[in-house]
Each structure stands twice: as structure tokens, then as C-alpha cells.
Write a protein that binds this ligand. Structure first.
Ligand SMILES: [Ca+2]
Length: 109
């Protein structure tokens, strides 16, 4: 029992076949895996940042969309946009808050 625990703690994450040694191939695989992991995390951060900016941009442009709808004479459109505003702003605020919240949480770790 005690021996197993020691072995488990000695086990290197790169040692995929569990022989206690990290061969060159295992090392390469491990590095590749780590690289992919970092790339994925990077892509996810980029995607989240883009989404937050897109949501913020939409929120800033929203009033202009309403003005534009009025100017163009789409009265029902401007009314619908006005009715949607409350829901829309809450949703966008949620997205942005979640983004900055996750950023703050991630930085703490
Ligand atoms: Ca091995």
C-alpha cells in the first residue's frame, strides 16, 4: 500500500507507459501536448476577448441603430429596438461581467 503511494507520487506525467522512465518519444509527446494546451488556452483567451469587445461595441452602437431606424423611417423597428434594449443591455452586461470576472479569477491562480 505504502509502496504504491510512493510510486504514484514518483510517476512523471510524461511517462505514458508507466515504466518509470521518460523516453525521448514520451518527452516529445509530452511537449507536444503541453504546446497544444497552451495554444488552446491562448485561442480561448483571444476568442473571449473578441466576444467581449464585440458585445461592448454592439452596446455602444445600439443607440445609433435606434436613431438610424428613426431617421430611415422604420418606426416599428425603432420601437422593437427600444423594447429590446432592456433585455439586450442586461445580456451584454452579463457577458462583459463574465469576461472580466473570469480574467480576474484566472489571474489570481
Ligand atoms: Ca516510459
Amino acid at each position: 500500500m505504502a509502496e504504491e503511494e510512493i510510486k504514484a507520487s514518483d510517476h512523471h506525467p510524461a511517462d505514458t507507459n508507466g515504466d518509470g522512465k521518460v523516453s525521448r518519444k514520451e518527452q516529445e509527446m509530452y511537449m507536444e501536448f503541453k504546446r497544444k494546451e497552451l495554444e488552446d488556452a491562448d485561442a480561448m483567451r483571444d476568442g473571449q476577448r473578441k466576444m467581449a469587445w464585440f458585445a461592448l461595441g454592439g452596446m455602444l452602437l445600439y443607440p445609433f441603430a435606434v436613431v438610424l431606424a428613426v431617421l430611415v423611417g422604420l418606426e416599428s423597428a425603432s420601437k422593437i429596438l427600444g423594447d429590446m434594449a432592456a433585455t439586450y443591455f442586461v445580456a451584454v452586461a452579463g457577458i462583459v461581467a463574465a469576461f472580466f470576472g473570469s480574467q480576474a479569477f484566472g489571474n489570481k491562480k
